[in-house]
Design a protein. Structure first.
Lengths: 343, 343
DNA sequence: AGCCACAATGACAACGCTGTCAATTTTCTT
DNA sequence: AAGAAAATTGACAGCGTTGTCATTGTGGCT
């Protein structure tokens, strides 16, 4: 019933160590031997026992995915991307939702890493931005890859990071609105602590300036990445008869945009005739509002898959990058029905 | 740096086996010895090595969560519920998204179970309803708990199941609409293969009959659990000037209801003035539509936590249930703004 | 006190794999 | 074609636990 490496070795007529070499894709195994072993593996339908490998080996066959993000779509995409890579490599995935507000977080974190002897960690924002966590990991000697909002130029540790160019994406969205004739474009920001917020804001500013429009603080609402915040932001920006004559609102993400849409609905404002609204991320969500949201598509599953790739490549000890690991992603504009010409 | 069971044993002045007994909460350890060991554990901050336990022990310290569900909110809730129990018990969670349309699914499944020697599985709908999977698991001798849509009475294997009483919930929703004076209540069904669909339909039928209304097939749209389906369903039901004089639509779940809302918006139908719409599940989603959805609250995280509880209790070999494991849940009505008096 | 039954503890061999290092085979040199 | 170098393979000892079974300790009973 239970087939072990020894059974395979016996059938193939080699030592168990050679089988081990084959399943670990170590070099210096003759092609002929390799085939021999593989056919024995297939014949017996051998599955290496993860626990034994973890125990015997130097590092374990499991990586962790850490997130502190209320957005279910985002998390699921991240999981699926990492998971697909893990499956490929024969690793397990340990998911670790947590809250950086939680005082025990750091301890929990350590416990998890110690217990499972994780080979590495994929960190998603906003945890990936927290210096104290990075320091802890460095101290513990744990491998990790950070998913970070940023541009090509501003990161020194390129080896540990996958960048999402929110700046460029925000720039593109803003240009889209500008090209539709909008002049007074408001922005409902996400959480101020998140790097993506400042990056998106910077992209927006840059686009305005490049079109000779001076940004105004009156058009900025400092909120958070939530539906509620979108509602409140839009209400606030448009109150008292829209004194700033706003004709478009950038939502910090799709949820915020959906909230803004909601608020507009409450105020009897027609979208996009009277007001254009845009989102960010292109979650399924953005297709389930009325009207559907213009947004920036961000392939979270692809991004996280590359994060996992990078992690594995690091874990294997290769100093330089694989060529096929993409380390910078730029979300791209998706135009739908929530934006239209300025009135 | 790395502290093992031996270090603890040495410090406590007992054998390593006794430490093992303590951390596994085995009976027949003197209180005094127990305290002695525990203080050594705490002093050294000992964390048992999962891999070693898995390898040495009969069953492993990991359970699997299997799902084939496109609803991100649902999945996340399920994960979090199971995860919280796992943390409590010192188990790992292996998540396993899959598609039952995938021909390789069964194989993948087996592979996963074999590789990680899982102690058990939590199966969510619709996979939990598939007879061939259940049979395979029985054959493999794997423990499992099924999350199932059903009523108290119709399940024989009470030991393996956590029931969600969709019948009662649908009954309650339908009664709510009836009490608002609605007579022609339509229903956009979810996937026909899902048990929840037939249960919800049955509850709806029962409520109508109890109020002396004969159900009509003209008011039923056979769809699936998706936004798109909600859109199409509502369009279909209301087309040609709403010949059946429908004043309320039950959505198979919140996404369907959101889709119906979307369609109503396209057709310039005011909600809830001209048409009431209800959802199912109370996902965050249902609070992010305009207007917010009347729905049935289903605490997926609590449900899945109890599923995990049950699984652990089974894995420990206890024949009868713990008293504090709830095995039947009934979603409860949440009234929001998407329902109102019949016009 | 003496004996017994049973509770509590310990010694030691697995569990299934990988790391180390030594043995063997192949390939290359001259 | 011999000898050296390199490539390939194998023997064996852990990895850190738990299961088994033997040993010791404890309290109750006569």
């Amino acid at each position: 019933m239970k087939v072990t490496i020894n059974d395979v070795a016996k059938l193939a007529g080699v030592s168990m160590k050679t089988v081990s070499r084959v399943i670990n894709k170590e070099p210096s195994v003759r092609k002929k031997t390799y085939d021999l072993v593989m056919s024995a593996v297939n014949e017996l339908n051998y599955q290496p026992n993860i626990a034994a490998r973890n125990l015997a080996g130097t590092s374990s066959f499991a990586i962790g995915l850490v997130y502190d993000n209320p957005n279910a779509y985002y998390v699921i995409d991240m999981q699926n991307g990492v998971l697909s890579r893990c499956k490929e490599e024969g690793y397990e995935l340990v998911i670790h939702p947590c809250s950086y507000l939680d005082a025990n977080m750091q301890d929990e974190f350590k416990t998890m890493i110690k217990r499972s002897r994780l080979a590495g960690l994929v960190l998603t924002p906003p945890l990936s931005e927290q210096q104290n966590i990075i320091e802890m990991l460095d101290e513990m000697g744990v491998q990790y890859v950070r998913l970070l909002s940023g541009r090509d130029t501003d990161i020194t540790e390129r080896n540990n990071c996958i960048l999402v160019n929110d700046f460029a994406a925000a720039y593109e969205i803003t240009e889209h609105l500008l090209s539709l004739g909008h002049k007074n474009i408001a922005f409902v920001l996400g959480d101020k602590e998140h790097k993506s917020t400042s990056e998106r804001l910077a992209g927006y500013h840059q686009a305005l300036r490049d079109h000779n429009i001076e940004p105004s603080d009156k058009l900025i609402y400092e909120g958070s990445y939530s539906f509620e915040s979108g509602v409140n932001g839009a209400k606030e920006l448009l109150k008292d008869g829209n004194p700033n004559n706003i004709t478009a609102i950038l939502g910090g993400n799709d949820e915020v945009a959906a909230g803004a849409l909601f608020a507009a609905r409450l105020m009897n404002i027609d979208i996009p005739e009277e007001l254009s609204i845009t989102g960010f991320e292109d979650s399924p969500f953005s297709r389930q509002t009325w009207p559907k949201l213009t947004t920036a598509h961000q392939a979270n599953d692809v991004i996280s898959e590359h994060a996992a790739r990078l992690l594995f490549s690091k874990a294997r000890g290769s100093r330089k990058h694989d060529k096929d690991i993409i380390t910078t992603f730029t979300p791209s504009l998706v135009v739908r029905e929530s934006t239209g010409p300025a009135k």
